[in-house]
Write a protein that binds this ligand. Structure first.
Ligand code: HMG
Ligand code: MG
Length: 307
């Protein structure tokens, strides 16, 4: 396929693959640890260089990822690939450190409703919980990402004001995080909203060079929103192989933007990703067979119909 570049877009985009974490955390089926390890190895083999592997959260809250230690002990860590994990508190950090992790992500909410449901805390309490996690992680030389969920809308509170997101985002970055991922947990954002939020964050001192975008595709806006973010200078995009996933604590959160759909658009624009699309789509078909349902990715479906 020829590339048709557009002006003002980056030459290269880093894909932050979240399938093994955000994808599998929301599947009814609990995938055996050997299949998770194979999934991660195949994603690395398809050229992904940042693969969010799992979460060190309470196993009762997310039983699908209760095998985090076992997974980290058995999976292959490929040269040059980063394997961040989600960590909500110091207990999670201790578990991650014991597993030899070098990158973590803390995850806050822009709304009180989701902070309560996802972390059993108010926003203030959750930031208090993260402060020692980020501090100790940095002392140990770890790279720390922060997520802010419900950055566009919230199923309980409706549209989330931009200032409210910026306020939580700045507090998270002030803790010492290196990157902030803007989570459209329920997929309601639209491109102008994305541009407005990134503009407000830039004005508040959190520029596009420290931002990533994390779109769920509930309303079919994820690719349009990604393009808007790229136009604002963002070069890190989260996506999930095959479009699997959601969030167990947010009703109406569907799968993330599918990595294959993202790669199709980026390669069409002449933007490098390092990803081998046929290999990736084959991996998603393989995982879909294990999950017992077809991949929701349009690109995976289109490529499959040609086989
Ligand atoms: P809590 O019940 O308030 O925990 O849960 P606690 O601090 O009161 O501790 C209670 C017990 O849990 C204690 O044990 C702790 O040791 C234990 P006890 O003394 O009673 O025997 N405990 C742990 N055990 C293992 N690992 C841990 C851990 N922490 C405490 N890390 C907590 C608070 C934060 C733990 C809980 O709410 C939790 O695990 N939440 C995670 C929810 C989650 O993973 N959600 C999905 C990820 S977020 C997402 O998907 C959004 C995102 O994709 C972006 C977007 O789309 O917007 C990132
Ligand atoms: Mg998510």
């Amino acid at each position: 396929m020829s590339a048709f570049p557009l002006e003002g877009l980056p030459e290269r985009v880093t894909i932050h693959e979240v399938g093994p974490r955000d994808g599998l955390q929301n599947e009814k089926a609990i995938v055996p640890v050997a299949d998770k390890a194979e999934f991660i190895a195949r994603l690395a083999d398809a050229g992904l260089r940042t693969i969010e592997a799992t979460s060190f959260v309470h196993p009762k809250w997310v039983p699908q990822l209760a095998d985090a230690e076992e997974l980290l002990a058995t999976m292959t860590r490929a040269e040059g690939v980063r394997y961040p994990v989600l960590v909500p508190n110091e207990r999670g950090l201790d578990r991650a450190l014991a597993s030899g992790i070098t990158e973590i992500a803390v995850f806050a909410s822009a709304t009180e409703s989701f902070a309560r449901r996802n972390l059993n805390r108010t926003i203030d309490e959750s930031l208090e919980m993260f402060a020692p996690v980020v501090g100790r992680a940095r002392e140990n030389g770890l790279w720390v990402r922060a997520y802010v969920s419900m950055a566009f809308g919230d199923p309980w509170e409706g549209e989330v004001p931009v200032e409210q997101v910026v306020s939580v985002a700045v507090r998270l970055m002030d803790l010492g995080c290196s990157q902030l991922s803007l989570g459209d947990t329920i997929g309601v954002g639209t491109p102008g909203h994305v541009t407005a939020l990134i503009g407000a964050l830039t004005e508040a001192g959190v520029g596009a060079d420290r931002l990533a975008v994390h779109f769920h595709d509930t309303y079919g806006q994820a690719l349009a929103n990604t393009l808007a973010a790229l136009r604002c200078g963002v070069t890190v995009v989260d996506s999930s192989a095959g479009g699997i996933g959601g969030c167990p604590y947010a009703e109406s959160a569907t799968g993330n933007l599918a990595t294959e759909d993202l790669v199709w658009m980026l390669h069409g624009l002449g933007i490098e990703t390092g990803v081998d699309l046929p290999k990736l789509a084959a991996t998603s078909r393989w995982m879909a067979a294990r999950l017992g349902r077809p991949s929701p990715s349009r690109v995976v479906q289109a490529l499959s119909s040609k086989d």
